[in-house]
Every structure is written in structure tokens, then in C-alpha cells.
Design a binder for this molecule. Structure first.
Ligand code: SAH
Length: 204
């Protein structure tokens, strides 16, 4: 998976590659889908939600440029797989999920695999996680119509956010850097994520 799908598409951060070689992706999937865990595509994880393609996980993680000590906020816990990748690369992960059954299942999987540095909250993640802010980096793993203002507020100056922004059924991956003068955005690749549903996202 890592060699063909990720290195082959020019993801270079060795720490990201090592994390993805280490983590058992199949453990995050429903039993019936485990045979497809290392395939080159997104997979259903339950409740109509999807776990991103491995390449997308790698690219988004690389774009955050994590070095080790950071506190990172993820919006859209889903299976917990991306949170595990982040946990291998930073000091502490805070992840928010709006669907309780997914948050519970992710908690159980992360506990089973020993990921103690991941905190999960069930809430509308378009509000971020105010009590734990500010964050060195933020990753949004659902597609948003805009960049939610609370997330920009909760990002440290100099911090980075990656977020798919665009239409309901097609977005572009955007990197946001927060500077003293405001935010600087750059565009990466086209992508398709399930919708970010919430007060600062899509209405249900
Ligand atoms: N990162 C996940 C995949 C996420 S799929 C993984 O590695 O498996 C997108 C997730 O975002 C879904 O679980 C969906 O329920 C969740 N989501 C959508 N809108 C949200 C919101 N406003 N707050 C928190 N989670 C949200």
C-alpha cells in the first residue's frame, strides 16, 4: 500500500510513511470489509460515512508538516484511522465526531491498539474544541462549503489547517496558514469527501 499508492505518488515525509506502514488499517473497518483495507480507494465505515483512500490520508497528513510535539485537532473521527496516523506523528490528538456510534467504535479501536494520546469528543466539530484550543494544526476530514471561522480562531499563529472546501459532492483540498495578517490559502488536489454537517458547515 505505502510503496505503490503513496511513495509512488510522491508523498515523501518519512515519518508519515513509517506511521502508515505500522498502523493496521484493517482493524478500523467493519469485519466484512477487512479484506479490502489496503486497497487504493475510500471504504465505507458505517453510518453512510467513508474512510479516506490511503493516499489522501498520507497527503493530508504530510501537508500539516508535523514534527513531533504538536497538539492537533481533527474534525470527523470516523473510524479513528486518521487519528491514529496523527497520534504517531504528534504529541496529542483531539478529534471530534458528530455521530455517537462512530465515536464509540473509534474509541474502542484506539483503546485496543493502545492509542492513549487521542481524545475524542462527540459534538458538532464545526465549532472546533474551544476548551482545548489553540492548536498547532487542524485537519478536517469532511467536505465543507467554506473554512469554518471557529477553526481559524482556534489555530495558533503560524499553524496549518488542511480542509476539503467546495461543493457538496466535490471539493478541493485547501491548506490554510494562519499569519499575523490573516490567513494564506493554497490549493492542492480535487477530492470528494462526505459532507461536514453542522452550524458552520452544510445544513443537514
Ligand atoms: N477521518 C475518518 C474519516 C472521516 S469521514 C477516518 O479516518 O476514518 C467524515 C466524518 O466526519 C464522518 O464520520 C462524519 O460523521 C463526520 N462529520 C461530519 N460532519 C461533522 C461535524 N460537524 N462534526 C464532527 N464530525 C463530523
Amino acid at each position: 500500500m505505502v510503496g505503490e499508492q503513496i511513495v509512488g505518488r510522491r508523498v515523501k515525509d518519512e515519518r508519515v510513511l513509517a506511521a502508515m506502514r505500522k498502523i493496521p488499517r484493517h482493524e478500523f473497518l467493519p469485519e466484512a470489509l477487512r479484506g479490502m483495507a489496503y486497497a487504493d480507494n475510500a471504504l465505507p465505515l458505517g453510518e453512510g460515512q467513508t474512510m479516506s483512500q490511503p493516499y489522501m490520508v498520507a497527503l493530508m497528513t504530510e501537508l500539516l508538516g508535523l514534527k513531533g510535539p504538536e497538539r492537533v485537532l481533527e474534525i470527523g473521527t470516523g473510524s479513528g484511522y486518521q487519528a491514529a496516523v496523527l497520534a504517531e506523528l504528534c504529541g496529542k490528538v483531539y478529534t471530534v465526531e458528530r455521530i455517537k456510534s462512530l465515536a464509540d467504535k473509534a474509541r474502542a479501536t484506539l483503546d485496543r491498539l493502545g492509542y492513549k494520546s487521542v481524545a475524542i469528543k462527540m459534538y458538532d466539530g464545526t465549532y472546533g474544541w474551544k476548551e482545548m484550543a489553540p492548536f498547532d494544526a487542524i485537519m478536517v476530514t469532511a467536505g465543507s462549503p467554506d473554512i469554518p471561522a471557529p477553526l481559524v480562531e482556534q489555530l495558533k499563529e503560524g499553524g496549518r489547517m488542511v480542509i476539503p472546501v467546495g461543493e457538496r459532492y466535490g471539493q478541493e483540498l485547501i491548506t490554510v496558514v494562519k499569519t499575523a495578517e490573516g490567513i494564506v490559502t493554497s490549493r492542492s488536489i480535487p477530492c470528494v469527501f462526505v459532507p461536514l454537517i453542522g452550524n458552520h458547515g452544510w445544513k443537514e
